[in-house]
Design a protein around this ligand. Structure first.
Ligand code: HDD
Length: 726
C-alpha cells in the first residue's frame, strides 16, 4: 500500500467548498495581461484536498472497492472507473509533422513604428510589449524522438495582439522543399518513417525521402540547407527563424508592401557537428528542450531580433526569381534586412501538455495590417492548419484553450461543438433584433482601427492547374548557397549528402540525386558519387545548371555561418576538468572568468562530491564524468595538476571528442598530459602536434602565466564556437 505523505505540515487546511478566486480583469497590454488571462483559466488550485471530477472529496485512490479484502472489484466503484477512464483518454493524436517540440512565453517589442507600412498593432508603438508564445520543433520524428537529429526546425510564434492573435509559423530555414501545398502530403509521406517498418525515427536518410526529392528537383535548394549544419542546431536559442513566404504588410491607407520576416538570434547562430549531434542523441535526447528550459529558468532569456525585408509592390517583377516561389530567398545583398524589434522568451510553460502540446498555430491567423500573397504553398497551408487542429484538439473550440485564447475580446455567433467552455448568453445569428442586433459588424465606408480589411488585390484569370513558368529555376539559388559557403561548410554538406545517400539502398535513387547535384556544382556531385561508390556523373548541360543563371547576386556572405556569430560567450557551457591535485586557484579563476562573461563553468571529475586541490583546499565537483559527456559542453578547460586524468578513460574520451568536434580548449601546465593522450586517441584532430599547434587551443605553461590575458584569449576562442578546420 502506498501512503500519500500529504502536505509537509500535517492535514491540509480545507478551504470552504464554495470559495472561488476571481482574478479580476486582465491588466491591459503587455506580458502581464497574458499572465492574468492564463491565471484566470487555471481552474485547479493544487493546494487542497483530492476530489473526483465532480468535486467530491475522496480519501483513498490507492485501493479499489472490493467485496471483502480478497474479493472481486465492484462495478459501483466510481472512483476506480473515473480514474482509469480519464487515464485511458490522456493521449491526443500527435502533430502529423512537428510532433516534437518545446515552447516558451515572452514578449515582442518594436524599436520603431512601422505605421508607414502596416497598421499591425504589434508594430506601431516603440516599446509596446505584445505577449508571445513560441514553439520550436523538429519536423520528421514523433513526439519521443531525439532533439538533435538532422532536420528542419519549426519556429512558430503566436503574438497575442490587441487586435487578435497573429501566428508567424516559420522554420529555421528560409525556403521549403515544395512550391505548391498540394504536394505536401506526398512530401511528408516520403520523409516520415517508411510505412512497412516505421524506420527511420527522426531522420531523412532513407530511400523514400531521396526518391521523392530526386524526382522533385524543386527541393534542391532546400536540400542544400537541410544538408548543411543549419539542420543540426546547437540550441533553439541559437537559430535563425524565417517566415519563408513573401507576405504583405498593409498600412492604414490600404497600401501594400511585400515583406519577408527574419528572426535573428542575439546569441548568434551556432550549430553542432554531425558526429556530435549523433552522440548527443544518446547522451541527452532532450538536449534542445532542456537547454531552452534551463536557460529561461536561469534568467538567461533568449532573444531574437525581428527583421523585415521590405519590397515595394512596384518591384514585384524586379527579381530574377518569383517572389511568390517559396523555394527562393530574397538575397540580403539585394534587399537588406531591417531590424524592427526584439522578442524575448522569459517564462517556461507550467504544464507541457496544456500549453506546448495544445498550442495551435495557423498561418491564416492574421491581423489587420498583415495579409497573404498568392504563394501557392501559403494558400494551401491556410487550409491545412485549422483542419488538422480540428482532429488533433478534438473539435472546433480549441481557440478557447488558455494558450490559444486571444487577449483581444472574442464575440462570435459560433456555438456548441465538443469542449465548449463558454456559456454564451443571447442569440447566435445575424441579423437579429431580439439581441439588439449584437454582435454587430462595422460595415460601410472606412473601417475603424483594428477591424480587418482584406487587401484589395486585383485578380483576373482562368482557373488553371499549372505551375507558373516563373517557378521553373530550381538550381540557381541552390548554387548561390553552395558558392557562399566557407570551405568547411562545403565539406560538412558533402559529408551529409554522402551519409544520407549512403543509407539509400536503391541505386537508381542515388544516381538520380547525384545527377541532380551536377546542376548545383559538378565537384560536389563527383565527390558525393565517389564517397557513396557511384560512377562519376557527367556534367550538366551548361544552360541547365545553377551557375548559368545567377540569382541576382554571385555570392551571399549573409548565408555562411562564418558571418553569423553573436557577441560574447553568454550562456555557453564550459567544462573544467578536475582531479585530486588540481590547481584550485586556476579552477576558481576559470570559473570566475566564465561567469563574468555570462557563461557557465561546471567542474567535472571522475566522481561526484569534491576533490582536494593542490593547496589542500576542497574543490567542489558539479558532475561526475561518467554521468555526462563533452557533447553537452561548448568548451573545455584542463587545469594544471590534472595528470591523474590522463589515465581515466572517461576524461580521455571527453577531451578527445571535444578535440574532434572542433571545440575550444584551455590547457594549463601539466594538463598537457591529458591533452596529449586524448589527442593521440582522437587521431587526426591534433594528434602528435602538442596543444600549442592545434587551432582553438589556448595553452599556458602553468600557474603564473594563466593571467587575465590568457583568459581573454580563451574567451575569444569560445566566442568563435568551433574550429572546424582542426
Ligand atoms: Fe507546416 C505544423 C512550419 C508547410 C501543414 N508547420 C507546422 C509547424 C511549423 C510549420 C513550425 C509546427 C507548429 C507548432 O509548433 O505547433 N510548414 C511550416 C513551414 C512551411 C510549412 C515554414 C513552409 C513554408 N505545413 C506546410 C504545408 C502544409 C503544412 C505546405 C500543408 C499543406 N504544418 C502543417 C500541418 C501542421 C504543421 C499538418 C502539423 C501540426 C499542425 O500543423 O498544427 O497542418
Amino acid at each position: 500500500m502506498t501512503v500519500n505523505p500529504g502536505p509537509p505540515e500535517g492535514r491540509p487546511q480545507v478551504p470552504p467548498v464554495t470559495e472561488t478566486t476571481d482574478p479580476g480583469p486582465p491588466a491591459p497590454g503587455g506580458r502581464d495581461a497574458k499572465d492574468a488571462a492564463l491565471d484566470a483559466s487555471r481552474a485547479v488550485d493544487p493546494h487542497g484536498p483530492l476530489t473526483t471530477d465532480q468535486g467530491v472529496r475522496v480519501d483513498d485512490t490507492d485501493n479499489s472497492l472490493t467485496t471483502g479484502e480478497r474479493g472481486p472489484t465492484l462495478l459501483e466503484d466510481f472512483q476506480l472507473r473515473e480514474k482509469l477512464t480519464h487515464f485511458d483518454h490522456e493521449r491526443i493524436p500527435e502533430r502529423v509533422v512537428h510532433a516534437r517540440g518545446a515552447g516558451a512565453y515572452g514578449f515582442f517589442e518594436p524599436y520603431e513604428s512601422l505605421a508607414e507600412y502596416t497598421c499591425a498593432d504589434f508594430l506601431q508603438e516603440p516599446g509596446h510589449r505584445t505577449p508571445v508564445f513560441v514553439r520550436f520543433s523538429t519536423v520528421q520524428g514523433p513526439r519521443g524522438s531525439a532533439d538533435t537529429v538532422r532536420d528542419v526546425r519549426g519556429f512558430a510564434t503566436k503574438f497575442y495582439t490587441r487586435h487578435g492573435n497573429y501566428d508567424l509559423v516559420g522554420n529555421n530555414m528560409p525556403v521549403f522543399f515544395i512550391q505548391d501545398a498540394i504536394k505536401f502530403p506526398d512530401f511528408v509521406h516520403a520523409v516520415k518513417m517508411e510505412p512497412h517498418n516505421e524506420i527511420p525515427t527522426g531522420g531523412s536518410a532513407h530511400d523514400t525521402f531521396w526518391d521523392f526529392c530526386s524526382l522533385q528537383p524543386e527541393s534542391t535548394h532546400m536540400l542544400m540547407w537541410a544538408m548543411s549544419d543549419r539542420a543540426i542546431p546547437r540550441s533553439y536559442r541559437m537559430m535563425q527563424g524565417f517566415g519563408v513566404h513573401t507576405f504583405r504588410l498593409v498600412n492604414a491607407e490600404g497600401r501594400g508592401t511585400f515583406v519577408k520576416f527574419h528572426w535573428k538570434p542575439k546569441l548568434g547562430v551556432a550549430c553542432q557537428v554531425w558526429d556530435e549531434a549523433q552522440i548527443t542523441a544518446g547522451r541527452d535526447p532532450d538536449f534542445h528542450r532542456r537547454d531552452l528550459w534551463e536557460a529561461i529558468e536561469a534568467g538567461d532569456f533568449p532573444e531574437w531580433e525581428l527583421g523585415v525585408q521590405l519590397i515595394p509592390e512596384d518591384d514585384e517583377f524586379a527579381f530574377p526569381f518569383d517572389l511568390l516561389d517559396p523555394t527562393k530567398i530574397v538575397p540580403e545583398e539585394l534587399v537588406p534586412v531591417r531590424p524592427v524589434g526584439r522578442m524575448v522568451l522569459d517564462r517556461n510553460p507550467e504544464n507541457f501538455f496544456a500549453e506546448t502540446e495544445q498550442v495551435a498555430f495557423h498561418t491564416a491567423n492574421i491581423v489587420p495590417g498583415i495579409d497573404f500573397t498568392n504563394d501557392p504553398l501559403l494558400q494551401g497551408r491556410n487550409f491545412s492548419y485549422l483542419d488538422t487542429q480540428l482532429i488533433r484538439l478534438g473539435g472546433p473550440n480549441f481557440s478557447q484553450l488558455p494558450v490559444n485564447r486571444p487577449l483581444a475580446e472574442v464575440r462570435t455567433n459560433h456555438r456548441d461543438g465538443y469542449g465548449q467552455h463558454t456559456v454564451h448568453p443571447g442569440t447566435s445569428y445575424a441579423p437579429n433584433s431580439v439581441g439588439g442586433g449584437c454582435p454587430f459588424t462595422l460595415g460601410g465606408g472606412r473601417l475603424p482601427e483594428g477591424v480587418f480589411e482584406h487587401y484589395q488585390e486585383r485578380v483576373d484569370g482562368a482557373a488553371i492547374r499549372r505551375r507558373s513558368p516563373s517557378f521553373a529555376d530550381h538550381y540557381s539559388q541552390a548554387a548561390l548557397f553552395w558558392r557562399s559557403m566557407a570551405d568547411w561548410e562545403r565539406e560538412h554538406i558533402t559529408a551529409a549528402f554522402s551519409f544520407e545517400l549512403g543509407k539509400v539502398g536503391d541505386r537508381a535513387v542515388r544516381r538520380r540525386t547525384v545527377d541532380n547535384l551536377t546542376r548545383v556544382d559538378q565537384e560536389l556531385a563527383v565527390e558525393v558519387a565517389r564517397r557513396i561508390g557511384e560512377p562519376a556523373p557527367d556534367p550538366a548541360p551548361a544552360d541547365s545548371s545553377g551557375g548559368a543563371e545567377p540569382a541576382g547576386v554571385r555570392l551571399s556572405p549573409a548565408l555562411s555561418l562564418d558571418n553569423l556569430g553573436g557577441d560574447g560567450i553568454g550562456t555557453r557551457k564550459v567544462a573544467v576538468l578536475v582531479a585530486d591535485g588540481a590547481d584550485g586557484d586556476q579552477v576558481r579563476a576559470a570559473q570566475d572568468r566564465m561567469r563574468a562573461e555570462g557563461a557557465t563553468a561546471e567542474t567535472l571529475a571522475a566522481h561526484g562530491g569534491s576533490v582536494s586541490g593542490r593547496a589542500g583546499q576542497d574543490v567542489a565537483v558539479d558532475r561526475a564524468l561518467p554521468t555526462t559527456a563533452s557533447v553537452l559542453y561548448d568548451a573545455v578547460v584542463v587545469p594544471d595538476g590534472t595528470d591523474a586524468l590522463a589515465a581515466d578513460p572517461d576524461a580521455l574520451r571527453f577531451v578527445a571528442e571535444a578535440l574532434r568536434h572542433g571545440k575550444p580548449l584551455a590547457v594549463l601546465g601539466s594538463g598537457t598530459a591529458l591533452f596529449e593522450a586524448a589527442a593521440a586517441a582522437a587521431a587526426g584532430a591534433g594528434s602528435g602536434d602538442g596543444p600549442g599547434r592545434v587551432a582553438g587551443v589556448a595553452v599556458s605553461g602553468g600557474g603564473q602565466d594563466a593571467d587575465a590575458a590568457f583568459w581573454d584569449g580563451f574567451v575569444a576562442l569560445v566566442g568563435r564556437h568551433r574550429f572546424p578546420d582542426r
